[in-house]
Write a protein that binds this ligand. Structure first.
Ligand SMILES: [Zn+2]
Length: 398
């Protein structure tokens, strides 16, 4: 008996580690008894990462471990190793892609959880890994090991269904049934209520038909069966329920509290960049919606608290923010339309000028809403969050 982990088998334009894993589990010898499969998301900034940066693992009990390991050897050679270096020309993403470097590990018992915490909060290299009983392949062994080591202290569930072989083009997932499932209290993140958009079926090329997230295993399973049986859902190749670290908040440790020293706003995209005390740069992307709106309202002197991930470039990418205290609001000069810095007056009746790029305009003032757009913690809308992000609403109960 032991633990199997797998990672890095997918490329941006097709393939998915969960599907490769599903086939592997279906092909195991008859006497192999499975524990609960797990889907573990890792550090989003890892240098080499797969699309959703997720690895998978499962406990397998077998009466004949040598035979099981021989079987895994053969499976690796025939079905997984051939995926190595598979980079397909991508039409859906401009992201620079590294070739798949699948990795698979077998541990008699899960290694210390420290390797999970290291891999969900930062960069881990192959030399840092605890030694498994057996390992196959390359870089993917990092995620595979982290998935086995995950202590599953905080977790949610996801039922994933895969499309039939070769299915391509638009996905058919019964919209009415999905709407009904979204009303189940234990089904989560299935719909963006603001835009009335479903969030369970991926866009683009992927063998995944849908992924339904839930607060319990039984709800994930029941919702999945209901959706698969619905009239307008296409026939699936198979499905499986995973225990996951999605929405665990495991990637974040503590928060930053500081005074805003400067604010710049990208005039086109509306991304905000805050400089807070101790020279910390905080990026608040437009995609973070309400967090970005709060950031753009801020002024030097305001005190904020931020939860976010530190990017390798040193900046913090804000995920959740709150205003601790604000300085009194007055009239302000506008932000420079070309570089985003606050314009300055050139003297009475002389108009304003950007101190950075020297852009000029008339003697303008902007009125600043004296009330912040949000009085308490804010987070992005459901479709703008990381897989790992723990919703604010759930934090209150901890
Ligand atoms: Zn300027």
């Amino acid at each position: 008996m032991g633990w199997l982990g797998l990672d890095d088998t997918d490329s941006l334009n097709g393939g998915c580690t969960t599907e490769v894993f599903h086939r592997l589990l279906n092909g195991l010898p008859e006497d192999a008894e499975l524990g609960t499969p797990r889907l573990v998301r890792l550090w989003p900034f890892a240098q080499r990462r797969t699309r959703g940066n997720a690895a998978v693992a499962v406990e397998i009990r077998s009466n004949d471990e040598p035979a099981l390991l021989n079987h895994l050897d053969r499976w690796w050679k025939n079905h997984i190793f051939p995926l190595t270096g598979d980079v397909q020309e991508s039409t859906i993403s401009e992201r620079v892609q590294t070739p798949a470097s699948p990795g698979m590990v077998w541990f008699s018992r899960p290694p210390d959880a420290a390797i999970y915490w290291a891999a969900v909060r930062g960069e881990v290299s192959e030399e840092d890994l605890p030694k498994p009983l057996r390992r196959w392949g390359g870089h993917g062994c990092i995620g595979a090991t982290a998935a086995v080591a995950w202590p599953a202290m905080t977790f949610t569930w996801e039922a994933i269904a895969w499309r039939k072989n070769g299915a391509n083009g638009p996905r058919f997932v019964d919209e009415n049934t999905l709407l009904m499932l979204d009303a189940w209290p234990e089904v989560v993140f299935s719909r963006d209520p603001r835009r009335g958009k479903q969030l369970v079926a991926p866009r683009g090329v992927s063998p995944v038909l849908f992924g339904l997230r839930a607060l319990s295993e039984s709800t994930a399973e029941r919702a999945c069966r209901t959706l698969l049986n619905a009239e307008d859902t296409e026939e699936a190749m198979g499905w499986r329920v995973f225990q996951t670290n999605q929405a665990s908040g495991d990637h974040l440790e503590g928060s930053i509290i500081g005074d805003v020293l400067a604010l710049e706003v990208d005039s086109v995209r509306k991304h905000a960049m805050l400089t807070v005390s101790e020279n910390t740069l905080i990026r608040v992307f437009a995609e973070s919606g309400p967090v970005n709106a709060l950031a753009r309202w801020l002024m030097p002197g305001d005190r904020i608290e931020v939860r976010g991930l530190r990017h390798p470039d040193g900046s913090v990418h804000a995920e959740q923010m709150r205003l601790v205290e604000s300085v009194p609001r007055a009239r302000l000069r506008p932000l420079c339309p070309s570089c985003g810095h606050r314009m300055k007056s050139m003297g009475s009746g002389q108009g304003v000028r950007c101190p950075i790029c020297k852009h000029r305009s008339g003697d303008d003032w902007v009125s600043v809403e004296s009330k912040p757009p949000y009085e308490s913690w804010v987070e992005p809308e459901v479709d703008g969050r990381r897989h790992l992000a723990r919703p604010l609403e759930w934090r209150k109960n901890q």
